[in-house]
Design a protein around this ligand. Sequence first.
Ligand SMILES: Cc1ncc(COP(=O)(O)O)c(C=O)c1O
Length: 428
Amino acid sequence: MGYEFESGVEHARERDAAASLDYRERFHLPDGIYLDGNSLGPLSTDAEQMLQHVVDEWRDLGIRGWTEGDPPWFYYGEHVGDRLASLVGAREEEVVVANSTTVNIHTLVGTFLDRCEREGRGRKVVVNELDFPTDHYAIRSQLRVRGLDPDEHLVVVESRDGRTIREDDVAAALDEHDDVGIVFMPSVFYRSGQLLDVERVTELAHDHDAYAGFDLAHSVGVVPHSLADRGVDFAVWCHYKYLNAGPGAVAGLYVHRDYHGEVPTLAGWWGHEKETQFEMRTTYTPAQSAGAWQTGTIPILSAAPLAGVLDVVDEAGIEALRDRSLELTAYLAYLVDERLPDCTVGTPRDPERRGGHVAVEHPEAYRVSEALTERDVVVDFRPPNVVRVCPSPLYVGFEDVWNAVEHLREIVVGREYERFERRGGGVT
Ligand SMILES: Cc1ncc(COP(=O)(O)O)c(C=O)c1O
């Protein structure tokens, strides 16, 4: 995908004017330039209205909202799951919204570890050293509660460059350990923004008689997926990043239909077969869908904004969002090269290998991000040396990217960051 970019605000404005995709007016953007949608997406009017709709139902219907809400709250997890299915390339019954991402890792890794035991497979889990920490915490604890030593059973693939993980190294880990039951990897790495080859990793896992699970937190809503076609066994993700569903919004999960009917590790009444849930039996009959991996009552107030914002995402279309995102991140990388001495792009250039954000590396990244914050350019710092910049395609334009890089240029070239205190962990 060859783009031809030029320096200068006029070029940025021309590109914005030519863009067919711009939903900025549907979002409430804080003052300044908001480039942190890979941490917390902003509020949209659609999300706000759906939240208000549920609050109105609560006021007017009280408990009847569970059955008479529009849609009925009782089926909210399944209803929103159906709407999400196309974003991750799954069948409707394979997706549900429930719990938090961390809880979903617990219940799904646990479920598949138990399958491994029943099927006589190994129970090692292949992960990597660049994972988001919660993934390791949850998997280690699922190993521990099964009496398995996490230091022995967690196989951690190392990075060669501190930024990326090579699929070949995942293959090597699988060749080396013949008792792997699960390969669990992120689709997009939270720090560098590398996009992993989900299809290849799934094939590798299956070739080695292991299950393939993915953490899609940094790709859902900005990178299309084909989980069911690729035979991915399970996946988890959150909605507060590119899907803009609000702080702590209910999370999502996918379970391939081959495993429906299984009793989840964290069984709870909300995952019980719906038809008989209110018969209140103390024996558990799992729903015959991904819905079984729900645990307790769905937090409707944190699911409603997601139901609302999906209207915008559906209107835009995931393929168009991906195209726009790739163009914006390519432009950002181009400007870093052109305009920012001392900064390096830590994100793969190949569009096939890149998610929705760009890691701008600088030895004083923490102080640089503080200086940006003072100028109302909202980004985040990830130790040791990364300023993550996310031109989220629904509401960020080329002019925003241009202006943000000009702020960065003044901060870096003018050494403005020196006014800010160093923080531990930063490299000098
Ligand atoms: C890759 C990844 N997994 C999991 C999480 C967090 O999960 P939870 O929503 O349970 O806090 C994050 C949060 O940013 C993340 O980036």
